[in-house]
Structures are given as structure tokens and as C-alpha cells.
Ligand binder design. Sequence first.
Ligand code: ARG
Length: 461
Amino acid sequence: DHVSLWGGRFAGGPSPELQALSQSTHFDWVLAGYDIRGSKAHARVLHAAGLLTDDELTGMLEALERLRADVESGEFLPVLGDEDVHTALERGLIERAGADLGGKLRAGRSRNDQIATLVRLYLRDNARTVAGQVLDVVDALVGQAGAAGDAVMPGRTHLQHAQPVLLAHHLLAHAWPLLRDVDRLVDWDVRAGRSPYGSGALAGSSLGLDPEAVAAELGFDGTVENSIDGTASRDVAAEFAFVAAMVGIDLSRLSEEIILWNTKEFGFVRLDDSWSTGSSIMPQKKNPDIAELARGKSGRLVGDLTGLLTTLKGLPLAYNRDLQEDKEPVFDQVSTLTVLLPAFAGMVRTLTFDTGRMAELAPQGFSLATDVAEWLVRQGVPFRVAHEVAGECVRVCESRGIELWDLSDADLAAISEHLTPAVREVLTVDGSVASRDGVGGTAPARVAEQLEAAREKAAEF
Ligand code: ARG
């Protein structure tokens, strides 16, 4: 028998085609537990307003608790014809409390304020889970950075050798954006922490209900200021979607590097057997599937954000059914990230770096040319001239197929009177990285401080 929340003014039930289009229980059922928590809080404010007797409140809470247990055990499930999670749960309540009592709960609330509240509850809980998992990836990166010590690698710009850097410095450059993503989630939670419950369909309630009491019971810091905004806005969901997409992008950029580093040509890193996959035809293959899935799923995470923003664009106030489309994108992001992040952390934690190979390549490609120029500046040579002189050194080396440190004293003197043999002190990788000792630089002492700062930042959460 079809149970609807809006039958009165309709002569017939919805067509099967409309039902199929309209039904949302296949995705919004994950909100059932939050819906029942909201219903318990709502029953209490109905009672406080004199709209439920003491006995009715007791009966209502008892029926809601039985419904909660039956939802949790899987005993109670939505059926065809339950339009959404709210409809299904009202059916469940009436089955348990009877139509007279069960039919009283809906007073003074609307699915519009309910759903806006439930999505916030769901996202606040899951944001905590995601933040914890992001911090686990950070922990893996910080662990690798600590283990890397003073190991060096070729730092790149434009994917070309640029200047040598510490491996730890590079790894921490992936940790900081992830720490900012966690910061973003913490900051977002302040805005998500306002309850729309009590906004009704759009205009609020005439029944003297206390939205503050519902907000407090559901763990919010307060209520929204405007009932129209409370039911119609989805910027809280969109902001969550941005942070989730940003986490995806941050993982994707690191993934791209791991994929490159894991090639024969780079040979910087080896993946642990348990965190890589084989080929069904090529016996020798060991593939970086976790990194590739992370890179691939970042597209999907961005798609979720884009889809949600596009749904919101041009929607007039207040509630429109379009807003039902807010849930699947953020639910998809949560289920994507909560599966991806633990695998990603495991992959990072078990990487083995070939620091010998990285050290060998670090000074190649004339990556110490800037050191020559800066050495000249320290001798009082204007940088414009120093840049020219160092560039001339590179040109001479390139034409002879040698490296900067192969230039003889005579070669140096022929290029510039300022180039004394003392320049050789900066023609080593260790000398180069040690000289970059300003705050945030790649000198080992600065990177050690940075590592400590990253550990402290991660421990703040
Ligand atoms: N299922 C809807 C949603 O997810 C909530 C129901 C509002 N429906 C309505 N006709 N006002 O947004």
C-alpha cells in the first residue's frame, strides 16, 4: 500500500515513471540515523511547546528508538513507493507508534529543513573521518621525510633539472598542502555547525518550537539566522566538495611524481609489493596502481564539485527539488576518499627511495649554475653580470660535453676575471643545499626545523 507524505490534494498516486525518477532512498538512506536523531529532538520541542503530552513524548521516543534499532539491524528498509528517507521513516514510525501518535511528529517541520540539517550532520561526521585519514597520509610523508635525513635529489621546474634540494624538503612540500586541507575542513566546520532545523519549508514555524534546542541536541553551535537561507543554500555542501576535490588534486600531484619516479628512467623509488599490482600478461610488471587510481579519482572528485555548483547555478530561492541533487556528489566524494586515503597512506609509508641514484643525478643538467651566479654576487659582482658569466660557463660546458666542475682554472679565468678557483666550493650538491639557509630553504638545518614544524602542525588537530 502506497504511503505518501502529500496525498491529500491528489486524486491518484504518482505514475510509476514519476516514482522511479523521484525516489531517492537508494542514496539518502545513509541519512536514516541522522533523521531519527533529528526526530527525537523535534519530538522534545513539540513536547516543550505543549503539542505532545508527557505520555505521547515517551511513546514517540520509544517508537523512534525501536525504529532506530531496526534500521541499524537492517530489519527496517525503504520499499518501493517510499519517496525518500523521510517518507520511509514516517512509515516506520507509524508502523510502530500507530497513525495517531506517529502522525503528530511532522508538525512544524518540513523535509526541506530536515534534509538541509541531515546533510550537515552527515558531512560534519565524515569530514572528521576524512581529516583523520588525510593526517595519516601527512604522517606517512613526514615519516619518509624524517627517514630521508640529508639525502638530496634533483629539484625541478618545468620538469627540467633546476637546483638540488633535500628529498625531505620535497616530501614536505607535499605534506603542507594536505595540512592546509585539514585546516580548511576545521574552518569549514564552523560554518557547517549551524542548524537549519526549524526553518520549516522556508518561512519558519508558527507552532512556538525552539530551533535552538534542536540545534543543541544535534551538536550544532547554533541555528541559521534566516529560514530561507537555511533551506535554500548549499554553499556548505559546495565548500566541503571543494576541499574534497582539493585533497584529490593534492594526492594526484604527488601520484604523478611517484608514477614518474617509479619508472626505469627515473629509478628514484621502489613500491612495496603489497602496495603495487602486476600485469596479467607481462610477468615483469609492477605497477603503481594506487597512484594511478588516486590521479584518476581526482577527476571524479572535481566532477562532483563541478556538478554540484552547476546544479546550484540559477536556482531561485527557496527550496527547489533540484536541491535533491546535492547529496550524491558529496556522498560520492566521501566514499571515494575514505577508500582511497588509507591505500594512499600505505603506499607512501612503504616507498623505498634510491637516494644514491638521486644524489648522482642532483648536480647534473647544470643545476649548480645558480650557485655560481650567487657566489659571484657574494664577491660583489652585480647579479646581471653574474648571471651572464654563469650562463657562459654552461654554454662552454655544453659545447664540450662536460659538467661545470670539469672546467679548469684557466677555463674559469678565460670566462671571467671574477671566476677564481674558490668558486668550486659551491660546485658540490652539499655546498649548494647548505648555502640555501634562509627560512623555508633547502639547507639541512632549515629542513630539520621544517620537519619539526610539520610534526607540530599535524599534532594540533
Ligand atoms: N528528498 C528531498 C531532498 O533530498 C527532500 C524532500 C523535499 N521535497 C519537497 N517536495 N519539498 O532534497
